[in-house]
Design a protein around this ligand. Structure first.
Ligand code: SF4
Ligand code: SF4
Length: 401
């Protein structure tokens, strides 16, 4: 049953008024393996539908990377700033001798005024750590300022790097407030081959169509699925990240049954969007890989998935920031980047990865320091999803600064 049929059937049976019976999907295999290698847009590259994200990869975890490779994962996503180059080094070590069997992606934070010379230097560092002479897809990372994509030095840099055979394709990644604006510019000007975007059921209005009566908020990001569809139509490869809406997996364990899990349901939701080619997810242990790859090969939402997703949304919807909605932008007169602060809070409280959260928070400059001496009046009611911004930002600063 595809998503549209499911919605239609649910409406007829009245199932949309409440949660469905618990999961009846097939149990995941005990040893997860990749079942599908979709084509990544016009790049023609075939990559595992559920692939390896390395944002939380630590030194000495080469065996984890190799395990992923052995299960059929052939796409490895990293970035020069992940653990200050450690993630690239680990991937380079682990996959030495396998370069022709994998697709490598890395990223750079190329700012609006950075020079092509400095970008080339950073790329050369990544190549060295990855033990390779080319990167298949090179992303401008976490873009939240369209000036970064407009920077002529960026354009000249990627052309030069391509000519030199150091990169194959160009990408843009993003998950913050001005994501849609940055995507629209990049797609319209046809300056990317691949996009990597934060996308999950909690951001997609289509998900809430079934639950409107039970929710006191409605997702307000209709432009994200639209931008993804625009990309697909142009032949741009689409990879999703942040697919677990905060990844509070342990909250959901009591409600999982039949071997199917919340994470698999969330992945099936993303992969059921025909405009999404694949997703990446941080794999932090071998059990993660088993669980996550249980959803590989899915192109449809399974019966019962909505019950898990709906329960998760009910439990966490009031504290989960849909980063790309950015309705709170401008609400803080002191310049606190609310959506970005919320994202780092998610790393700390939902992912429970404090070191990673601190590293990301450090990149926000003053962050939410101003919240400590503010009465919270200016940002009151600024979140269209009902989050209490002042009560979340101040403590995030205390935790991560
Ligand atoms: S509490 Fe004050 S400083 Fe913090 S985000 Fe709200 S308005 Fe800005
Ligand atoms: S805090 Fe609220 S308004 Fe701001 S980005 Fe997050 S969900 Fe949107």
């Amino acid at each position: 049953m595809d998503r549209r049929s499911f919605l239609k059937t649910s409406a007829v049976t009245g199932a949309s008024a409440g949660l469905l019976p618990l999961h009846q999907a097939a149990a995941s295999p005990t040893r997860g393996e990749i079942q599908s290698y979709p084509t990544l847009g016009r790049t023609g590259l075939k990559i595992a539908d559920i692939s390896f994200g390395s944002g939380r990869l630590n030194a000495g975890e080469e065996a984890l990377v190799l395990d992923a490779f052995d299960r059929g994962i052939n796409y490895f996503d990293t970035a020069e700033m992940y653990s200050e180059g450690v993630a690239e080094t680990v991937i380079g070590n682990a996959l030495r001798g396998k370069r022709d069997q994998i697709v490598l992606a890395s990223k750079i934070v190329a700012r609006a005024r950075d020079s092509k010379a400095s970008m080339m230097e950073i790329l050369n560092g990544s190549l060295k750590r990855l033990r390779t002479d080319y990167i298949d897809i090179y992303f401008n990372h976490a873009v939240n300022d369209v000036g970064r994509m407009k920077n002529p030095e960026w354009g000249e840099f990627v052309e030069r790097a391509k000519e030199q055979g150091k990169i194959g394709y160009v990408g843009m990644s993003g998950h913050a407030g001005r994501l849609i604006q940055c995507l629209d510019y990049s797609i319209e000007h046809d300056i990317v081959d691949v996009i990597l975007v934060g996308y999950n059921f909690g951001q997609d209005p289509a998900f809430y169509e079934r639950f409107t009566s039970g929710f006191d908020f409605v997702a307000k990001q209709p432009d994200l699925p639209r931008a993804i569809a625009d990309a697909k139509q142009k032949g741009i490869g689409v990879i999703a990240m942040k697919t677990l809406m905060g990844a509070r997996l342990n909250d959901m364990r009591p409600y999982e049954s039949g071997g199917a899990t919340y994470a698999q349901a969330a992945f099936r939701w993303v992969l059921s969007n025909p405009n999404v080619d694949a997703l990446i997810i941080s794999m932090t242990n071998h059990e993660d890989i088993d669980e996550y790859l249980g959803a590989s090969g899915s192109t449809e939402v399974a019966a019962g998935d909505f019950a898990l997703l709906g329960r998760y949304a009910h439990t966490n919807g009031a504290s989960y920031c849909r980063h790309a909605c950015n309705d709170c932008e401008g609400a803080c007169p002191y310049g606190v980047p609310i959506a970005d602060v919320m994202r780092t809070r998610m790393y700390a409280t939902d992912y429970e990865d404090l070191p990673f959260a601190k590293r990301e928070y450090a990149m926000l400059g003053a962050g939410a320091g101003a919240c400590l001496s503010c009465d919270g009046q200016p940002c009151q009611d600024s979140c269209s999803h009902g989050l209490d911004v002042s009560q979340l930002c101040g403590p995030t600063h205390q935790l991560l600064a």
